[in-house]
Design a protein around this ligand. Sequence first.
Ligand SMILES: [Zn+2]
Length: 344
Amino acid sequence: MAMMPGATHRLLANQSRQGLMKSYQGVCLHTMVGSLAGTDSMFQKDGTVGTESHFGVGEHGEIYQWVDTKYTADANYLGSGHVISIETADYGGSFGRWNTAGDNVPYWNAKQIAAIVKIIVWACKTHDIPIQQMKTVRERGIGYHAMGVPGNELPNSLKGTRYQWSKYAGKVCPGKKRISQIPGIVKLAQTGNTTTPEPKPAEPKGILGMSKYVYTKAHKAIQKLSYNKWKTVSVGKGATSILTFDGSAYLAETSVTVTGLKPGETLQLRYIIASYKKGTKTKTVGYYDKQEFLGTTGGTYIKTSQLGKRAKAKGDRSERLRIQVWTNSKTAKITSVTNRTLKG
Ligand SMILES: [Zn+2]
C-alpha cells in the first residue's frame, strides 16, 4: 500500500487490475480542463477502465488520491507504468469559464501550489525520486504532460517508447502558464523537504494551515529596468513591500509580465528582506535565492514564489519582503505585477 497521509482517499474500483508500477521515473503534472468534483465523478463512474490519475488537486487545494501509487494510473499512456500522475483543477469557480480551445489554462493558485508541493514531497520520499525538474522526458524528477506529447515536446525518435505520454498529438497540458510555475514548485518542494539556513521554511503542514489570503490587483505600470543592476520592483502604486514579517509562515507568489525580453536574454528575480523605518535609509538585511528566466518571442509571463517564516523585527524598525529584478536586456520592461500571499 502506498497511500499519502492527509490526502482524501477516493480509491477507484479494481485497482489491482491496473498492474504494478514498473519503475518510479518521476511525477507528472496535468490539468483537468474541469473541476475536482467533475473529474472525480467521471473517474468513479468508470473505475480504472479508461483514463485516470493517481492524484487530483482541487481549486481550494483539496487532495484526492484515486489510485494507490503501487499500481499504475493511465494518464501517461505508454509511460503510465513509470510515472505518478497529478491532475489539477482549472475550470469554474475562481478560475471562471475560459475558452478551452487554445492554450488558455489559468495559473495554479497558491493553495493548489501548496497541495502539489505536498504531494511531490511525499511521492519523492516514498518512491525515492529526486526532487528536480526533468529537463527532458527521459530524465527523472518532476515533469509535465506536454513533454511526452507527439507534435509537442516529444522527439520523434521516442514515439512508441515509454516516453510517449499521450496518444494524441499536440496536447498542451498543463498549459504554458502552469508550465512556467513548475520551477518555483520544484524549488518549494526542495526547501520544504530539507533544512535550510535562515530564513527558515515552514513545514509542509504549516503551509496548509495558512488561513489568511491576500491578493493584490494587478499593478499595471511600465517599469524600466536597469541594465546589469538589481532594482526593486514596485508592487502597487508607490508600494514596494509585499508583506511585513510578523513571525508567521507565509507563501508569497509574484506574477510579472515583461515585454522586450528577447530570446537569449535573461531576467532574474529575487526576494529580499528590507529593514525599514520612515525617515531613515532602508537597509537590505537578507537575500533569498535568485531565479533566472529566459526571454521568449512576444510577452514573457513569469511567476515566482517564496516560502518562509521570519520573526517580527525588534526595536522601531520593521522588516519587509520585497522583490528585485536584474536583466542583461536593454529593452525589457515590466508592464504588470500581481501578488498573492498566504499567511498563517
Ligand atoms: Zn495531461
